[in-house]
Design a protein around this ligand. Structure first.
Ligand SMILES: Nc1nc2c(ncn2[C@@H]2O[C@H](COP(=O)(O)OP(=O)(O)O)[C@@H](O)[C@H]2O)c(=O)[nH]1
Ligand SMILES: [Mg+2]
Length: 296
């Protein structure tokens, strides 16, 4: 088991998809796209790597945000390797520091854990920038390890630079992790690539398209759920918080909703009918009863 953590938007889900070699987690340019710990499974011969993609660690502003942080922290515990992701071209900020603190703390508490730092999106950076970022992040790790009185942990951390877009560095990272997995029975059937049930996946694909086509607060305000699913037909409800958001998701003469449906359908089995509806559930992100019902 390998958990991948980091602040929102550093490219965790894109990296997990690339490591698994299949799309198991949705991605978008807006933060907080990943809403639960998603397990992506790669079975190769007698080795099985289970990558746990997590929601981004951030300063929560809503009860939903709190639950997403909790899910990420929970997923970081009790794994064989922990991968902390920071971006190549962004100055390390408080969210990165929190992530690295989590990495060091978990590693200090578990002598068998393999801590890894990944500098991501190197396709966007010059070579010198990547080297500088590797140096900067290793200094922060050592500083944190010293502060936690766990200096030896600093020396256990391995560093990688990757691009999930070009694939650079991803094979090296995968091999590194593969070589460090403990003996264990398979945790998933070898033919399975993720733990996301088919019904949830259809809703995720729809939410991905909404997140990619809307901006500001809207991607956060959307929850998708499957109302009906058969071999030939899926009916998905897009839940928003306000009537004004409903109007945006539907768009002028329904154009936006049609575009969302067309794009999501491309990733569904050939010939499958997808029906979308937009409903308002006032302020659901801040209501515990709604969050419970939606399974967060
Ligand atoms: N250029 C570039 N963009 C990337 C890379 N990995 C992710 N992205 C983009 O960064 C944004 C956030 O990615 P995502 O995987 O959803 O980040 P997460 O929030 O950490 O899971 C998306 O727009 C991705 O397309 C990469 O290696 N190179
Ligand atoms: Mg994600």
């Amino acid at each position: 088991m390998i958990a991948v953590i980091g602040r929102p938007n550093v490219g965790k889900s894109t990296l997990v998809n690339e490591l698994v070699g299949a799309k198991v987690s949705i991605t978008a340019a807006s933060p907080n796209t990943t809403r639960r710990a998603v397990r992506g499974v790669l079975t190769d011969g007698d080795v099985q790597l289970v990558f746990v993609d997590t929601p981004g660690l951030h300063r929560p502003r809503t009860p939903l945000g709190h639950r997403l942080n909790q899910a990420a922290r929970h997923a970081a515990g009790d794994v064989d390797a922990l991968v902390a992701v920071v971006e190549a071209t962004q100055v390390l900020g408080p969210g990165d520091r929190t992530t690295l603190e989590t990495l060091v703390r978990e590693a200090a508490g578990a002598p068998d854990l393999h801590p890894v730092v990944v500098v991501s999106k190197v396709d966007r950076a010059r070579r010198g920038t990547v080297a500088d970022q590797l140096l900067a992040v290793s200094r922060v790790v050592e500083e944190i390890a010293d502060a936690q009185r766990a200096a030896a942990v600093g020396a256990r951390v391995d560093y990688f630079a990757t691009s999930a877009r070009t694939g650079a560095g991803v094979d090296g990272l995968r091999t590194h992790l593969r070589d460090r997995m403990p003996d264990s029975p398979f945790l998933f059937p070898p033919e399975e690539v993720s733990d996301v049930p088919a019904s949830e996946w259809v809703a995720e694909l729809v939410r991905e398209q909404v997140a990619r086509r809307t901006r500001e607060e809207l991607p956060h305000a959307v929850h998708c759920r499957v109302i009906e699913l058969t071999d030939r037909r899926a009916s998905v409800e897009i839940v928003v918080e306000r009537p004004s958001q409903r109007a945006i998701v539907i768009g002028h003469r329904g154009q936006m909703l049609r575009a969302i449906g067309t794009a999501a359908r491309q990733e569904l089995p050939e010939g499958m009918f997808l029906e979308l509806r937009v409903v308002v559930e006032p302020d659901w992100q801040r209501r515990d009863d709604a969050l419970d019902r939606f399974g967060y």
